[in-house]
Ligand binder design. Structure first.
Ligand code: ASP
Ligand code: MG
Length: 439
């Protein structure tokens, strides 16, 4: 089987869905399993509608208009999905009565995006001559824990998934399966987190032992830098699981950071392709990778925070870092980069929502300062350590642009070198690094 995942922009309207249909047709003899996101923008609309309902204003009209619009473009009966739309209206009324939306209800609400888009897509495929049937992923064994908003498949889900595919999908039928959502063993609908349909796709690929997982998106595979910042960013033909994970974690926008875990476990190649340019070979991500160039890509992540703890007692005090990390773990601060010296330790993380609490707890251990609006730049490559002169190139390029680097981290494994700069410097830093490292 071949898993083919189409993202929201690849299913944004009738024209895009037709492109996806042609692409699936070209692979019809490889037993495709199609995994779909919601049409672009619909998940945001569902979340906004839930929030508005909690504030006393239940209104499903935007969602209804958007979904019926896609159906009209496909030439389908525009009332085809009204049972779902009615459920959405009921749920919004319920939320407006209790004036509260819990993570569980929010997941249920968001699930309608994928459930409706899969029906629209399967309808179109079938009419275009591909025998397709829509399924909610949980009908096919996508069973998760109850961590609403960030659910993960239960251990050993694969056996149930394989059995469900065998029993529920008739031979010759192409299953069109919801990305992003699952169900707990108790039957509550969950989501795996925003932009999580990539992850759903590899979970399904691992569950059915697919030969490959294709991620259809709107760029020519993974690029050497964000094409919005660097005009001559190039496609990366092949990369390793390790490099791609590093990139996804440090702000490469093409793949959701968890995407590669299930693929790594079963060693399933993941191929990133462009729905608008299907003949482009994209990027294939495998265990070995294969790029011979020393630097693979530059990623960046803005709006980060930096916590610095300064303490004279750190000198010769075993256990100091353990205590600091205990606080961070307890208060769920997800650390990206750390750097330490004799008396200070600095860590970077995503914007902190419980800032006051974190600060107070850390102040037990030293003087704490917090900086915000920082950007993490991450240079990913095969064996950066072996590249004599790489550091000089990087710092030369940044100093020419008069960009101040505040933190550096270069792991012993040396597939990434990370730097911290001000948010406002990113627009100059990324192109400068790209020029220095790729031309
Ligand atoms: N529809 C979901 C979102 O917008 C999942 C996805 O597109 O991957 O976050
Ligand atoms: Mg998406």
């Amino acid at each position: 089987m071949l898993v083919m995942k189409f993202g929201g922009s690849s299913l944004a309207n009738g024209q895009q869905i037709q492109k996806a249909c042609e692409i699936v047709k070209s692979r019809r003899d490889r037993q495709p399993v199609v995994v779909c996101s919601a049409h672009k923008g619909v998940t945001d609309m569902l979340i906004n509608a839930a929030r508005a309902a909690a504030a006393g204003e239940p209104d499903a009209s935007k969602i209804t208009e958007r979904q019926r619009g896609v159906l009209r473009e496909l030439g389908a009966d525009e009332w085809m999905l009204d049972p779902y739309l009615r459920e959405i209206e009921d749920l919004l009324r319920g939320i407006s009565l209790v004036r509260e939306v819990s993570p569980r209800v929010l997941d249920h609400m968001q699930s309608f995006g994928e459930r409706m888009s899969c029906r629209a897509v399967a309808f179109h495929f079938t009419r275009a001559g591909l025998k397709a049937e829509a399924y909610d992923a949980f009908e096919l064994g996508f069973i998760t824990d109850d961590h609403f908003g960030q659910a993960r498949p239960v251990k050993g889900y694969e056996a149930g998934m394989k059995a469900a595919f065998a029993h529920k999908v008739p031979a010759g039928v192409i299953p069109v399966v919801t990305g992003f959502i699952g169900k707990t063993e108790r039957g509550e609908i969950t989501t795996v987190g925003r932009n999580g349909s990539d992850f759903s796709a590899t979970v399904i690929a691992a569950g059915v032992d697919a030969v490959e997982c294709e991620i259809w998106t709107d760029t020519d595979g993974v690029m050497t830098a964000d094409p919005n910042l660097v005009k001559d960013a190039r496609n990366i033909p092949t990369m390793s699981f390790a490099e791609a994970s590093e990139l996804a974690l440090y702000g490469g926008r093409v793949l959701h950071p968890s995407t590669l875990l299930p693929a790594v476990k079963k060693n399933i190649p993941v191929r990133v392709l462009n729905t608008n340019h299907p003949e482009h070979p994209g990027t294939v991500i495998t265990e070995k990778g294969g790029v011979e160039t020393p630097v693979t890509s530059i990623a960046h992540k803005s709006g980060q925070a930096v916590l610095t703890i300064e303490s004279a007692v750190m000198l010769g005090q075993p256990g100091f870092l353990a205590r600091v990390f205990d606080v961070l773990g307890r208060l769920k601060v997800d650390v990206d980069m750390i750097s330490t010296s004799e008396v200070t330790v600095s860590i970077t993380c995503a914007p902190i929502t419980n800032l006051v609490e974190v600060k107070e707890a850390l102040e037990q251990h030293g003087r704490v300062t917090i900086a915000e609006k920082k950007s993490l730049l991450c240079i990913v490559g095969k064996d950066l350590k072996a590249q004599a002169g790489l550091g000089a190139k990087i710092f030369g390029a940044l100093s020419q642009e008069q960009i101040n680097v505040e933190m550096i981290s270069h792991g012993a494994k040396a597939i990434n070198l990370s730097l911290l700069v001000d948010d406002q410097d990113v627009r100059r830093a990324v192109p400068a690094l790209h020029r220095a490292l790729f031309s």
